[in-house]
Design a protein around this ligand. Structure first.
Ligand SMILES: [Zn+2]
Length: 184
């Protein structure tokens, strides 16, 4: 029996998911396929702007709700975040609908001081770290960076913009992943 991923190691859990389904080889990461591979159904519906998404289990099937009105990059983050809950916090989900509000999730994820000031819950931080590692795997990011060196093109797009576009994530997410890569 495979051991449950540790909630303390969201990055390894995300890497394990990519490896398990062989879905981590090229950017952008197909996060909707990953959700389906994990057994979840994704439902898009218009929600209040402050709501990013939710996850709950219905008749044994995890349902991920996504705000249809949000930008696609934000939706991708939401799906990845909910996949994090599914992998790391499944026990909590059986009891209740888990709803993610925007101010708790994507924007401030990457600022620890802000996080603690807001009292962001540990499970949200874990799901965010899972989402970041799922959407921007370090190996793939390194590959993208290596591919760029040597090309001396004059580009009107900054490397950060270009990488964010390639991985279909926000610039703040890409900044965070670049920082964590160089801190390794
Ligand atoms: Zn959450």
């Amino acid at each position: 029996m495979p051991s449950r991923p540790s909630a303390e190691q969201p990055e390894s859990a995300a890497a394990a998911v990519l490896e398990r389904f062989k879905l981590g080889d090229s950017a952008p990461i197909p996060v909707d396929k990953i959700a389906k591979a994990l057994g979840a159904q994704i439902r898009y519906s218009p929600l209040d702007d402050e709501l990013s998404g939710m996850i709950y289990i219905k008749d044994g099937t995890p349902i991920i709700g996504v705000n249809a009105l949000h930008h696609v990059n934000r939706q991708r983050f939401t799906i990845a975040h909910e996949c994090g809950h599914l992998e790391l916090h499944r026990d909590l989900l059986s009891a209740e609908i888990h709803v993610d509000k925007e101010y708790e999730v994507p924007v401030l994820v990457f600022n620890r001081d802000h996080e603690s000031a807001l009292g962001t819950k540990p499970i949200e931080i874990q799901a965010n770290r899972f989402a970041a590692a799922l959407l921007v795997p370090h190996a793939l990011l390194q590959k993208a960076l290596d591919g760029k060196s040597g090309s001396a093109d004059i580009d009107d797009e900054s490397p950060l913009d270009e990488l964010a576009r390639k991985f279909r994530v926000s610039k703040s997410m890409m900044e965070y992943r670049l920082k964590s890569l160089s801190a390794k």
